[in-house]
Design a binder for this molecule. Structure first.
Ligand SMILES: C[S@@+](CC[C@H](N)C(=O)[O-])C[C@H]1O[C@@H](n2cnc3c(N)ncnc32)[C@H](O)[C@@H]1O
Length: 334
């Protein structure tokens, strides 16, 4: 976005509120990030259900496509400036499902949830399936995955992608996850909620900017609340939930999680920042290695964040490489 381009008023209001609450630096960082987003590089994930990261690196090198690896996730690749998605579409390793085009930020929730082999795992809002397939890969294809999607055409795309990516044994349900039968229960849940998408805004995308209205925000926040309630209901005692959005608005993020924790007193945050303090706390178990790698990268500044009003949760700042994103992890008492 050119420095002079205006942001939707929802985002401007959020930046003004951030500045007024004493985080002028965060507001400026976010504004600068939107300006850089136009030059965001193509990023992809090696889909280890089909190909190893080494095979993907080899295929890119042989095609003369420059790339970098993300230090916090060996399967994440950042392609060189000016490389288009089209160059990836032409690679046999893409056509056979060894590669999935995915933003860096959207790789974070599955890493934080870290699905375990043998666990009952729910992806509540799953299409087009990037995170479902990543979770299948992280569990070595051995998690019992259920993937819900409300909209029929998107559920078809989800089924197509999971087949192509070799994520078999996923139970795809075309349902409104707000009404998921309470008969179900899960050890681990990803709620990658429908949202305004304010974190993903890019220069010149006037259609996306126009959608970001107060009425749309009101609609998605109602849905997020209901989805969170159902998720925390079908979460097994001792289970974990990761809530994520590709938005930077507090109404969709910190406020949703804070309110949900008030309604579900048996649930508490798993802190993703300030882990030293958390480790001293009796109840805090060590994070799984993929989640710890995310936390370490946040602390190192490799994953860019701005202050959150709900300590322990992460607001990923939009930058040239990253979309604006939000992540919170919750545990239900045993
Ligand atoms: C942010 S997108 C999910 C992206 C997906 N997790 C991925 O990584 O590919 C949210 C999805 O939730 C779906 N959705 C919205 N409301 C839903 C509901 N009540 N139940 C199930 N799915 C819903 C939308 O159609 C959309 O496909």
């Amino acid at each position: 976005m050119a420095e002079t381009a205006s942001l939707p008023s929802l985002i401007e209001d959020a930046l003004a509120a951030r500045g007024a609450s004493g985080d002028a630096a965060g507001a400026e960082a976010i504004r600068a990030g939107y300006a850089e987003a136009a030059a965001r590089p193509v990023t992809l994930r090696a889909n280890t259900l089909v190909a190893t990261a080494a095979e993907v690196a080899d295929a890119l090198a042989r095609a003369g496509i420059p790339f970098e690896r993300a230090p916090w996730y060996e399967d994440a690749f950042v392609l060189g400036d000016g490389v288009r998605e089209r160059a990836v579409w032409e690679l046999p390793i893409y056509q056979t499902g060894g590669v999935y085009l995915q933003s860096l930020s959207s790789m974070l929730p599955p890493l934080v949830l870290a699905p375990r082999p043998g666990a009952d795992v729910l992806d509540m809002c799953a299409a087009p399936g990037g995170k479902t397939s990543q979770m299948a890969a992280l569990a070595g294809g051995r998690a019992h995955l259920t993937a819900c999607e409300l909209h029929a055409p998107r559920a078809e795309k989800l089924a197509y992608n999971l087949e192509k990516l070799g994520a078999r044994n996923v139970n795809i349900m075309r349902v409104d996850a707000r009404r998921l039968d309470e008969f179900f229960s899960f050890d681990q849940i990803l709620l990658d909620a429908p949202c305004t998408g304010t974190g993903t805004l890019r220069a010149g995308d006037e259609r996306a900017a126009k959608r970001m209205t107060p009425a749309f925000l009101a609609k998605v926040t109602r849905s997020q609340r209901a989805l969170l309630d159902r998720a925390l209901t079908v979460l097994k005692p001792g289970g974990t939930l990761v809530y994520s959005t590709c938005s930077i608005l507090q109404q969709e993020n910190e406020e949703q999680v804070r309110a949900a924790l008030k309604r579900h007193r048996d649930c508490t945050l798993i802190p993703l920042t300030d882990r030293t303090a958390a480790d001293e706390d009796d109840g805090a178990a060590p994070l799984p290695p993929t989640a710890q790698a995310v936390v370490d990268a946040v602390e190192a500044g490799t994953i860019p964040t701005v202050p959150t009003t709900l300590p322990g949760t992460l607001v990923v700042a939009p930058t040239q490489r990253f979309e604006g994103f939000y992540l919170a992890a919750v545990r239900k008492a045993r």
